[in-house]
Design a protein around this ligand. Structure first.
Ligand SMILES: Cc1cc2nc3c(=O)[nH]c(=O)nc-3n(C[C@H](O)[C@H](O)[C@H](O)COP(=O)(O)OP(=O)(O)OC[C@H]3O[C@@H](n4cnc5c(N)ncnc54)[C@H](O)[C@@H]3O)c2cc1C
Length: 531
């Protein structure tokens, strides 16, 4: 068997084949470290003006994007697998129970503890917001954090020890050849030498964008016209602010450790029946620390974050959220803003030094890192972070550009498009959270009701690094690219691994499900190909 790509999906497949004793060649375009020449193969054309440049949020190297990922693990929910009448093209060919055993094993590979995402059983005591009760808005859900596992560093020794697995680095898959079945894989190796690999079965695990490139360039996978379509990234947005009622100061903010020692955070989600009633997608809301722009938070660490981002990261300065813009407008000129932050940093210098010391210990020097900065708010207000499902939209697509790379392979053309359902989900989730908080007297959510839909539309952005749905799975060959096993509908020995195959994105970050699906595919291949 030949696997293209040594990211999370490719490495899991190769590792499983050790047990099944299948002979495996893994072809990885990159080397041990990021090399400019190989990374340049990820360059592409972005025509929508919103999607990040094609080379960003992807790594052409052993381990793929797990060399830089954030480690957030969340499984898909039951309803993500359902055919929902208000979500066009929704529905997986199987339900979540089919993935359950693989999710359990995936947890172990991701070093994310047991498969338990409920605060009621995975954590002790306290609630996200004290005394919060609502039949529809749920506050028990968790996200767990992997250390984060770099799949190459973590599993390379196991692969190296196993005779049936050969990993070839600097080997770029250019084109598949064959007809009814794939008979060969044309590749470019170190020094740009060309070679061909023959295998009984080929699995493309090259990431959600490159999958389209290799397939389209080879003339495979577009029997239904769906190859590269329904490209989804997840929607991220920062809009609205939770304000606790003066009587209710109890909020569980920041990172906790589960009973099995894993960093985790709590989140608000909506019961599936209520999502259906409102006609919206799946989504989650998290509490964020106080708005860093406004120095009235009087926090030296938040001011230091603002100053660092403003002065050192030009990309951040262009991406201020609605709340951050509002905070800036409340200052008549920049002088007041700068002075406020400089005052916070100066008077809070000892606190800042203490934080910096503990951060270096807990983030940079620990194997299991605290994932990011989350500081409680003295004022009882918390900006809200939204992560939402993106509706499958055939107009959101990845195709081949005219320009070619140094091997003569056409580059990618990315045209990412959100749809109305995406931003309606954000505004309706905020209204629901306000209703539920006010209903139990815990607080409210502040936003401009007159402008909410407009602000929601302006706030939604694609989440970098999630490349979903470009080779979607379907029961019928006319509706997708691969079948329920991940095999190309019209080719007997060609498979796709990774979130390109997901028909819908859910609100969950993809890697846990990518690993679970790779384990499922490995089991299928073991049976199909024999030892
Ligand atoms: C900054 C960042 C933060 C993230 N945070 C999270 C998070 O918190 N939680 C989460 O779930 N996900 C997160 N992700 C997404 C996560 O990293 C990806 O979902 C996951 O790594 C995808 O794994 P993969 O194996 O499918 O693809 P990739 O990791 O892209 O691996 C594909 C591999 O194929 C190789 N390749 C590409 N083309 C070819 C070719 N033609 N021939 C041979 N080899 C090729 C590449 O070099 C690469 O090694 C994040 C991503 C980024 C960038």
């Amino acid at each position: 068997m030949c696997i293209g790509g040594a990211g999370a999906a490719g490495i899991v497949l190769a590792r499983q084949s050790v047990q099944s004793k299948l002979g495996v060649i893994v072809l990885e375009s990159g080397g041990e470290n990021l090399e400019a020449e190989q990374q340049a193969l990820n360059d592409g054309e972005v025509v929508d003006g919103v999607h990040p440049p094609a080379h960003l949020y992807r790594q052409r190297r052993l381990g793929g994007s797990t060399t830089i990922w954030g480690g957030r693990c969340v499984p898909l929910d039951e309803q993500d697998f359902w055919k929902r009448p208000h979500v066009p093209l929704s529905g997986w060919p199987f339900d979540r129970s089919a993935l359950h055993p693989f999710y359990e094993s995936a947890q172990t590979l991701l070093e994310a503890g047991v498969f338990d995402y409920s605060a009621a059983t995975a954590l002790r005591g306290v609630e996200l917001v004290e005394a919060f009760r609502d039949p529809d808005m749920l506050a028990e859900g968790l996200e767990r954090f992997s250390p984060p596992t770099n799949f190459w560093k973590r599993y390379r020794a196991e692969l190296a020890k196993s005779a049936p697995v050969t990993v070839i680095k600097h080997a770029t898959c250019l084109r598949l050849s064959g007809d009814q079945a794939v008979t060969g894989l044309e590749c470019a190796g170190a020094g740009d030498v060309r070679f061909k690999v023959r295998a009984r079965a080929v699995v493309l695990a090259v990431g959600g964008l490159e999958t389209v490139r290799v397939l389209a360039h080879s003339g495979y996978g577009n029997h239904s016209g769906m190859l590269g379509r329904t490209y989804m990234c997840h929607i991220e947005a920062a809009l609205g602010q939770l304000r606790l009622s003066p009587a209710n100061r109890g909020v569980q903010f920041g990172f906790e450790r589960t009973n099995d020692g894993i960093y985790c955070r709590r989140r608000f989600t909506l019961r599936p029946e209520r999502q259906d009633a409102l006609g919206i997608l799946n989504a989650a809301l998290r509490l964020h620390h106080a708005n860093v722009v406004d120095p009235s938070h009087r926090h030296p660490v938040l001011s230091a974050i603002y100053l660092t981002k403003k002065l050192l990261i030009p990309e951040y300065a262009r991406k201020f959220t609605v709340l951050e813009h509002e905070a800036m407008r409340s200052f008549r000129n920049d002088v007041g803003l700068w002075l406020g932050h400089i005052r916070n940093v100066t008077f809070g210098a000892p606190q800042l030094a203490g934080f910096a010391f503990s951060w270096v210990l807990r983030h940079y020097l620990a194997y299991r890192r605290i994932p990011y900065v989350a500081l409680p708010s003295a004022a009882g207000t918390y900006p809200l972070d939204f992560t939402g499902e993106q509706a499958p939209n055939p107009e959101s697509r990845v195709s081949l550009a005219r320009e070619t790379d140094r091997y003569g392979v056409p580059r990618l053309k990315i045209d990412w498009r959100p749809s109305e359902l995406d931003w309606l989900t954000l505004s309706r989730m905020l209204r629901e959270l306000r209703r539920s908080l006010e209903g139990c007297g815990c607080g409210t959510v502040e936003y401009d009701e007159q402008r909410l839909d407009q602000d929601a539309r302006a706030s939604t952005a694609p989440m970098g690094g999630h490349h979903i749905g470009t080779a979607r799975m379907s029961e019928s060959p006319s509706a997708g690219v691969v079948n329920a096993d991940g095999r190309m509908h019209d080719v007997d020995n060609l498979y796709v691994a990774g979130c390109a195959t997901f028909p819908t994105s859910g609100q969950a970050n993809p890697t846990l499900t990518i690993v679970a699906m790779a384990l499922r595919l490995a089991q299928y291949l073991e049976t199909r190909l024999g030892g």
